[in-house]
Design a protein around this ligand. Sequence first.
Ligand code: ADP
Ligand code: ADP
Length: 232
Amino acid sequence: MIEFQNVKKLYETKKQIVEALKGINLTVEKGDIFGVVGYSGAGKSTLIRLVNLLERPSEGQVLVGGKALTSLKPKELRAEKKKIGMIFQHFNLLNSKTVFDNVAMPLVLSGTPSKEVKQRVEELLEFVGLSNKSKNYPEQLSGGQKQRIGIARALATNPSVLLCDEATSALDPQTTSAVLQLLKKINNEYNITILLITHEMSVIKEICNKVAVMEGGRVVEQGSVLDVFSKP
Ligand code: ADP
Ligand code: ADP
């Protein structure tokens, strides 16, 4: 489903060249909840940003659904991008827009007829349990509620992959658990493949079936969560 083939990523700044990824090989299979864990600076954000083309690899390939993202023409790329949803640590909601409009955004941007938008947004808000907040603004919501809206927005275009960038790091433990259970439900009911990055081992243990441990731009260990954590 998502494949990293010998991926390297360099950042060149005025002062230095940072080798953020030093040859990553990873395969995320359809239906996985795949967790990437590591300390700050390990390269996790870079890894996930390569999947939705916020960054491009310096070397190697990132394949999604068998297609190399960098080889696609603009039109194909737009279609591929719709299949990838993403949620963020700080939710990235637009504060000047209502909950409804935030969730509707990806649909409106892709030219969906307004009647269809309305129906889909209502469906999504019901799925995340926030139908009653449709007319509210993000600042009127709790952190957990904001992340549910982020999730609804990410699911709007019916993606096959959901990327989660430290999605529960700004939440308290109880809210974290509730959001993680929602992710599990999304994986289960819609067969959406999830790739998440986190610095918290507890997140991996709670919902992931596979894990990769990153350190200094490399994957130092990977496998099923049971195998990796049962090693002496
Ligand atoms: P993590 O998400 O695990 O904290 P990152 O992928 O953010 O790791 O960063 C990996 C390394 O790359 C770090 O040394 C970081 O400072 C560096 N880095 C990340 N983004 C940039 C950038 N845009 N320009 C320069 N260096 C960067
Ligand atoms: P996180 O690790 O929580 O993802 P960071 O603070 O590492 O966040 O990065 C925030 C933003 O700054 C990202 O867009 C990243 O690409 C960029 N960035 C990170 N490290 C550097 C760096 N050394 N130089 C320039 N930009 C950086």
